[in-house]
Design a protein around this ligand. Structure first.
Ligand SMILES: [Cu+2]
Length: 140
């Protein structure tokens, strides 16, 4: 139960601007982002790669609380031949950028979840998350 005086503050945090670079070392430039419950987040992802799009794409996907990002990434590969699994996985995503080719950039604006906790984010290209392309959006 959130005290009433705290509820009144929700949404008054201002916009949190976040810039994240995606590198071909299978890392994001940030593995931790801190936001307030319900805060507006303006997130820009830039793919710093010059590897051709056919070989390397990056994106930023925010998953629901409690979803294992590595399992999600592996299931996503399997879901290419499994529509039921694909539909189930769609429900585990809160928000995502587009898939970006070399030097690509995308900005998304969304409201952070209201429920405090650590929300996993990841790149959903095959094996990228497992190889380290992930982090946590911490709502507190
Ligand atoms: Cu990636």
């Amino acid at each position: 139960m959130v005290p009433v005086f705290m509820q009144a503050q929700a949404g008054d945090w201002g916009v949190k601007k976040v810039n994240i670079s995606a590198f071909n070392t299978m890392k994001f430039s940030q593995s931790k982002i801190e936001v307030h419950p319900g805060q507006t987040v303006e997130l820009t992802l830039t793919n710093e790669s010059d590897v051709p799009r056919s070989a390397m794409e990056h994106c930023w996907v925010l998953l629901k609380l409690g979803v294992d990002p590595v399992k999600y990434g592996n299931d996503l590969v399997k879901s290419e031949k499994d529509q039921k699994l694909a539909a189930a996985l769609e429900k585990e995503v809160l928000v995502s950028t587009r898939d970006l080719g070399p030097r690509g950039t995308d900005t998304i604006k969304f409201a952070a979840p209201n429920q405090p906790g650590s929300y996993p984010y990841m790149c959903d290209s095959p094996m990228h998350c497992e190889d380290g392309m992930r982090g946590m959006l911490i709502v507190k």
